[in-house]
Design a protein around this ligand. Structure first.
Ligand code: NAD
Length: 478
């Protein structure tokens, strides 16, 4: 496969950033040659985006809405193809690769805002003077995406950015650009102005050039906290505003009144099994009331051990590899250190898979029980199929442990007690709380972090407002 850049409507295969040989994580074998953008290509992309944005804001707003609805239709019609590309990208099992559904929903939802992003008029102390508070696009938004599903920030960020009247330079990671590049082509096929959505794959160097480009109105970054700090420093040169959507060390609280079969299923797929734990929403700290601790642990481990593992393109498979050899080495290092330093009791998993899967980067789904929340295992985002189970003495203790983290992206509650669900949800320091359900992000509700999990919100009118700036216009009436 060929991962050409998409700049100003043209496919670009010769670039100052060279090329990257992409390996399929399921086999460790090459599956694509990816063109990497350098500073020159970033400059070309920002310039073409600025030009396209001027055309885009001249569209009547209802036409802007209709084109975005056409784009949502195109994403729906190409769902199978986009899912396959997701699997080529980061070897997410094809049975779980359908995140273009989320992209489509966000596009459809925000298309409806294209003609509703209104300001307001306020009374002022100037007789009949008119005062208008207007919302305007920033111009060009730089969207920096993580490798674990670039179509997610396409929905969460690109959709509202376009609806608000901006152009976008989308920078996927070189580890997973293929689905994003196909999305860029769909934008052209439905009639978005060429250059309105440029897709420029790059690593840190090209990303840095994008952040520092003076033509960027705002950066929307999804990724890790360390990278966020680097980007925030780089953005100070031009005082470019940055929205951050970062990682989590998400707590899942299982109370003594919960349906334990349901809780075990949810904890397994929200935890180590979903995308092999490589998800910002991974429930990596499972905090269980002591009275149901042993019963839950037994059920949970049984579900974890039953997941079909294998070729990510096999539709029966639910658990795939981690993204690179480097990620596999890092995660195995976390496991070894946790065992050596007795951070918890290894209950299942802990090794790299061999046999037919030895060439891929497969690590067994891994569960540690009796983990101390103060240990690095419970404190640091592993971003792999490794979760901790922790014991809580009562509700207060469970909430204390859940909040005792630098992160605050997602929290999950398993209970059948309605008042407890509300009470605990209010006490959790987390941008999203999910009661008896998965982290099924919907465009109608804002998603984002507390604490070191980021500052942005995606979804709802809050998500739209990330891409609009405020202008006050006072008209003197003489
Ligand atoms: P990462 O921080 O390594 O990279 C993210 C993106 O930043 C990539 O495109 C990368 O090429 C780019 N980048 C790296 N250095 C850069 C620089 N100096 N300047 C500009 N861009 C640069 O993260 P990752 O490994 O790709 O993704 C995993 C992280 O993302 C995890 O922490 C995960 O929790 C988080 N994440 C968060 C959300 C959310 O919605 N909150 C969603 C998905 C992933």
């Amino acid at each position: 496969m060929n991962g050409a850049l998409l700049i100003g409507g043209d496919k670009v295969t010769t670039s100052s950033g060279g090329t990257y040989e992409h390996l399929f994580a399921g086999t460790g074998r090459p599956n694509a040659t990816i063109t990497i953008a350098g500073a020159a290509e970033m400059d070309a992309a920002v310039r073409s985006a600025a030009e396209a944005q001027r055309e885009w804001v001249s569209f009547p707003v209802d036409r802007r809405r209709d084109v975005l609805l056409d784009l949502a239709d195109a994403v729906r019609d190409h769902q199978a193809e986009l899912s396959e590309l997701n699997t080529h990208d980061y070897a997410v099992p094809i049975s779980m690769a359908g995140n273009s559904v989320l992209t489509e929903r966000f596009l459809r939802y925000y298309a409806g805002y294209a003609d509703k992003a209104h300001g307001l008029s306020t009374p002022v102390s100037g007789g009949f003077d008119v005062n208008l508070v207007e919302r305007e696009p920033y111009g060009v938004i730089g969207v920096i995406a993580p490798w674990n599903g670039a179509l997610v920030p396409v929905g969460l960020a690109v959709a509202p950015a376009l609806a608000a009247g901006n152009a976008v330079v989308l920078k996927p990671s070189e580890l997973a650009p293929l689905a994003a590049l196909r999305f860029g082509e769909l934008c052209l096929e439905v009639g978005l102005p060429a250059g309105l959505v440029n897709v420029v794959t790059a690593g840190a160097e090209g990303g840095d050039a994008l952040v520092r480009h003076p033509g960027i109105g705002k950066i929307h970054f999804t990724g890790g906290g360390g990278t966020a700090r680097t980007i925030l420093r780089a953005a100070t040169d031009n005082l470019t505003p940055v929205v951050t959507e970062l990682g989590g060390k998400n707590a899942l609280l299982v109370f003594d009144d919960a349906n334990l079969d349901g809780a075990a299923m949810l904890a397994a797929f929200q935890g180590p099994l979903g995308q092999a734990g490589q998800s910002c929403a991974c429930a990596s700290r499972i905090i269980v009331h002591h009275e149901v601790y042993d019963a839950f642990l037994e059920k949970f481990v049984a579900v974890v051990q039953s997941a079909p593992i294998g070729d990510p393109f096999d539709p029966q498979v639910m658990f795939g590899p981690v993204v690179t050899q480097g990620a596999a080495d890092r995660i195995l290092g976390v496991i070894d250190e946790a065992v050596d330093r007795k951070m918890g009791r290894l209950v299942t998993g802990g090794s790299r898979l061999g046999g037919d899967l030895a060439d891929g980067y497969f690590i067994e789904p891994t569960v540690f029980a009796d983990v101390d929340n103060a240990s690095p295992l419970a404190a640091i985002e592993t971003f792999g199929p490794v979760v901790s189970v922790l014991r809580a003495t009562d509700e207060d203790d469970a909430v204390r442990i859940a909040n005792d983290t630098t992160y605050g992206l997602n929290a999950f509650i398993q209970t059948n007690d309605l008042t407890r669900a509300h009470r605990v949800a209010r006490r959790l320091e987390s941008g999203s709380v999910w009661v008896n359900t998965f982290s099924d992000i919907q465009p109608q509700g804002p998603y984002g972090g507390y604490k070191q999990s980021g500052t942005g919100r995606a979804g709802g009118v809050e998500g739209l407002h990330e891409f609009l700036r405020i202008k006050n216009v006072r008209i003197g009436m003489g």
